[in-house]
Design a protein around this ligand. Structure first.
Ligand code: ZN
Length: 115
């Protein structure tokens, strides 16, 4: 049976210090490959840049998505760059706390560009 295509979008904005990826909709196993391809495209063309991932418009975040964020964070640290998650919605903060990821990832509960 075909499941409907997931609702998912990424809006990328790059300035000279940070590349931001605003994800919206279902950020899960089905959409992580799209996210990673988009990030890779950006980091290949603009290496050595700090990254931000905005989760404010993400309605679903599953373990695959969290895994992708941890991988991205690891890669950024190796490159001496940062990754900041913008997770302003209470369920997003809860999810990151329950999974212990606030110990690893840099999380901002505010989001300057997607309020
Ligand atoms: Zn943001």
């Amino acid at each position: 049976m075909n499941r409907p295509r997931p609702t998912f979008a990424i809006a990328t904005s790059i300035n000279n210090v940070v590349a931001s990826f605003q994800v919206s909709g279902e950020f899960d196993a089905r959409t992580v490959p799209q996210f990673e391809a988009e990030v890779l495209k950006c980091t290949e063309s603009t290496p050595d840049i700090d990254l931000a991932v905005c989760l404010s418009a993400a309605d679903i975040i599953d373990s695959s998505a969290l895994g992708a964020l941890v991988r991205l964070d690891t890669g950024q640290r190796k490159a001496n760059q940062s990754l900041t998650l913008h997770a302003p919605r209470p369920f997003q903060v809860d999810l990151l706390e329950i999974t212990g990821l606030t110990q690893i990832l840099t999380v901002s509960s505010t989001c300057e560009h997607c309020r």
